[in-house]
Design a binder for this molecule. Structure first.
Ligand code: ATP
Ligand code: MG
Ligand code: MG
Length: 555
C-alpha cells in the first residue's frame, strides 16, 4: 500500500529529472555521530533513501563529524547498524572529516576573494555585535584586516599557534542583513581536541553552516533534504556553495520534523537520560531510539509504515504515540505466534482432576494463519491463572472467576470455583475448582455457555519468565517544549515518569523453551512481547511488552 504517494519534494525531483536539470538524483543522510538515532531520524532516512530508490538515484551515508568533542566511534557503529536494520543500503560511506583539507582550501579561497576574515573578538562579543531581529549588527574592528594578514593568521590558526577561542574565521557578508545568519557567520573555530577520525591532525574545525553545503557539493548531492529549522540558513548555504566556487550546486529543501507524544526527541536530552541513569542505556526499550524500539520489539516494517503515514509536509506537530503502536500491531498480527503466559500467578487446584496425570491439548499457533500449524500445551491438576482473573466479591458484570462461577480455560475445559484458600493474613493464595470433562475445547460441547474465557499455564510443566511492562518515559508530553520548561523553571527531567517500568515474574508455556532473542509472540489477552536480547538467557526468559492488544487509535 502506498500512502502519501505524492509529496512536494517528490514533485521537485520529478521536475528536475524531466527538465534535464539532473540526470540522476543523489541524496544523503548526514547524522552527526554524537548519539544514537531516534525515530525522528527514521523519517529523514526514509525520505532520503526512499526518494533515491524511487527515482533510481543514490544515497550516501555521511557522518557530519565536524565537532570532535561530542563525537565518538561508538555512535558511528550504532548509526550504521540502525540504518541497515531499517532496511536501507547506502551507496557510499563518507565522513565530513575526509574533506577537511578541501574545506580549508575553500576557506583560503574566500580569504583571497576578500570574503572571509580572522576575528579576535570573543564569542560573547561576537554575539553582542551580531544584533537582534530588530537591531542591525555592528562590524568587528578586525573586519577590514588585509588579505595578507588574514592568510597569515588563518595559517597560524591551523598550525596551532593560538588557544581555543582566541580567534575565529568569519565569512564577510553583511552585518545589517535582516537574516541574522548572514551577519558574518563564524565558519572556523579553534579546538585543540582529538578527533575520532583525524586524530590530532587538526586544531581548527569548520562550523556546520560552512561545512554542510561543501560536503553536499563535494558529493554531488542534488537535493539536500533537511528539517525546517534550517530554512533561515538556506541563503547562507547558497552563499557558501557559490562563493567557494563549487562545481556542483545542491538544492536545500526543508521538511517538517517528526515528533512523537510522551517522549523527547533530541540527542542531547536522550544522552542526559542515559548519562544520569534514568534508563538502561541508549537501547532501553523506553527510549525513542531506533535501538530502543528494536529492543522493545518493533520491526523495521512497522517503523517504515509509520513514517510513511506521517507524510512529508512542512509542519512539525507531534504525532500520537498510539499511531506508532498501531503500526507494530498491524505488522505482528499475522507474523507473531500466539501463546499464553501468566504475569501475576495465582494457583488453581482442579480437585477432580486425577493426581499425576498430564494431558497435551492442541492449540493453533495463529488462528488467522492456519499454515502456521498447531502447538501442544500440557494440562494437569494444578494450573496458574492471573490474580486479577479472580475476585472473591466481584462487582456486577464481572465474568471471570468467583465463588460458584464457571469460566472457560482457553484451549482446555470449563472450570467452576468451589473454594478459596487464604493465608493467616486473609490473602487469597489458592483457588479450588472442579472441571467438567465434557466441555473440552474442540469437542463441540454446546450444553451450556459461560461468559468468561481465561488464559492459564500448567503449574508443574511451565517455564518461569520475567515480563517487563512499559509506560511512557515522559509524562505531560505537551509541556516539555524548551520554552515552557524555562518559563516554569523546570527541565524535561521534571517530567520523567518514575513508574515507566514494571517487572513481573510469571510463567509461560513449556513449548517455548527454545525461544531466542527477538522472537516475538502475542500473549493471549496481554499483547505483543519480544524476547529481550540483553537479559534473556536459556535459563531465564525475559520479555519486553511491545504493545498491548487494545487500541482506540483509528487511522
Ligand atoms: P537532534 O536534535 O535530535 O540531536 P540533529 O538534527 O542534531 O537531531 P543530526 O544527526 O544532525 O541530528 O540529524 C541527521 C539528519 O536527521 C538531519 O538531516 C536532521 O535534519 C534529521 N533529523 C533529525 N531529527 C529529526 C526529526 N525529529 N525529524 C525528522 N528529521 C530529523
Ligand atoms: Mg545536526
Ligand atoms: Mg543535535
Amino acid at each position: 500500500m502506498e500512502h502519501n504517494s505524492s509529496n512536494f519534494i517528490k514533485s521537485i525531483i520529478k521536475e528536475d529529472l524531466e527538465t534535464g536539470k539532473h540526470k540522476e538524483i543523489i541524496t544523503r543522510f548526514p547524522p552527526e555521530p554524537n548519539g544514537y538515532l531516534h525515530i525522528g531520524h527514521a523519517k529523514s532516512i526514509c525520505i532520503n533513501f526512499g526518494l533515491a530508490d524511487e527515482f533510481n538515484g543514490r544515497t550516501n551515508l555521511r557522518f557530519d563529524d565536524t565537532n570532535p568533542l561530542k563525537e565518538d566511534q561508538e555512535y558511528v557503529d550504532a548509526i550504521k547498524e540502525d540504518v541497515k536494520w531499517l532496511g536501507f543500503e547506502w551507496e557510499e560511506l563518507r565522513f565530513a572529516s575526509d574533506y577537511f583539507e578541501e574545506m580549508y582550501e575553500r576557506a583560503v579561497l574566500l580569504i583571497k576573494k576578500g570574503k572571509a576574515y580572522v576575528d579576535d573578538l570573543t564569542a560573547e562579543e561576537i554575539r553582542e555585535y551580531r544584533g537582534t531581529l530588530t537591531q542591525p549588527g555592528k562590524e568587528s574592528p578586525y573586519r577590514n584586516r588585509s588579505i595578507e594578514e588574514n592568510l597569515d593568521l588563518f595559517e597560524r590558526m591551523r598550525n596551532g599557534e593560538f588557544e581555543n577561542g582566541q580567534k575565529v574565521l568569519r565569512a564577510k557578508i553583511d552585518m545589517s542583513s535582516p537574516n541574522i545568519n548572514l551577519r558574518d557567520p563564524v565558519i572556523y573555530r579553534i579546538s585543540h581536541a582529538t578527533h575520532h577520525n583525524t586524530g590530532d591532525k587538526w586544531c581548527i574545525y569548520p562550523m556546520y553552516a560552512f561545512a554542510h553545503p561543501l560536503e553536499d557539493a563535494i558529493e554531488n548531492v542534488t537535493h539536500s533534504l533537511c528539517t525546517v529549522e534550517f530554512e533561515d540558513q538556506r541563503p547562507l548555504y547558497n552563499w557558501v556553495v557559490e562563493e567557494c566556487e563549487m562545481e556542483s550546486t545542491p538544492q536545500q529543501i526543508e521538511f517538517g520534523r517528526l515528533n512523537v507524544t510522551n517522549t523527547v526527541m533530541s540527542k542531547r536530552k536522550l544522552k542526559q537520560l542515559v548519562d544520569e541513569g534514568f534508563v538502561d542505556g541508549w537501547d532501553d526499550p523506553r527510549m525513542p531510539t531506533i535501538s530502543g524500539l528494536r529492543r522493545k520489539g518493533y520491526t523495521p516494517e512497522a517503523i517504515r509504515e509509520f513514517v510513511k503515514e506521517t507524510g512529508v509536509s512542512k509542519g512539525s506537530g507531534a504525532v500520537d504515540e498510539a499511531m506508532l503502536e498501531h503500526f507494530v500491531r498491524e505488522d505482528l498480527k499475522l507474523k507473531a505466534p500466539r501463546t499464553m503466559g501468566v504475569l501475576r500467578p495465582l494457583k488453581v487446584v482442579i480437585t477432580n482432576y486425577p493426581e499425576g496425570q498430564v494431558e497435551m491439548l492442541d492449540a493453533e499457533i495463529n488462528p488467522e494463519v492456519p499454515e502456521m500449524g498447531m502447538r501442544q500445551i500440557p494440562f494437569s491438576r494444578e494450573i496458574y491463572i492471573e490474580q486479577d482473573d479472580f475476585m472473591e466479591n466481584p462487582p456486577n458484570k464481572y465474568f471471570r472467576l468467583f465463588p460458584g462461577n464457571e469460566v472457560r480455560l482457553k484451549h482446555a475445559y470449563f472450570i467452576k470455583c468451589e473454594d478459596v484458600i487464604k493465608d493467616e493474613n486473609g490473602h487469597v493464595v489458592e483457588i479450588h475448582c472442579t472441571y467438567d470433562p465434557e466441555t473440552k475445547s474442540g469437542s463441540g460441547f454446546t450444553g451450556r455457555k459461560v461468559k468468561g474465557t481465561l488464559h492459564w499455564v500448567d503449574a508443574t510443566n511451565s517455564i518461569p519468565a520475567e515480563f517487563r511492562l512499559y509506560e511512557p518515559l515522559i509524562l505531560d508530553a505537551d509541556k516539555n517544549t524548551e520554552s515552557e520548561e524555562e518559563a516554569e523553571g523546570k527541565t524535561f527531567l521534571d517530567y520523567v515518569n518514575k513508574n515507566s517500568l514494571e517487572v513481573l515474574e510469571g510463567f509461560i508455556e513449556p513449548n517455548m523453551k527454545d525461544i531466542v532473542a527477538h522472537d516475538k509472540f502475542q500473549f493471549f489477552r496481554h499483547g505483543y512481547f519480544n524476547v529481550d536480547p540483553k537479559h534473556s538467557t536459556a535459563e531465564k526468559k525475559v520479555f519486553n511488552r511491545i504493545v498491548s492488544l487494545k487500541s482506540s487509535f483509528k487511522l
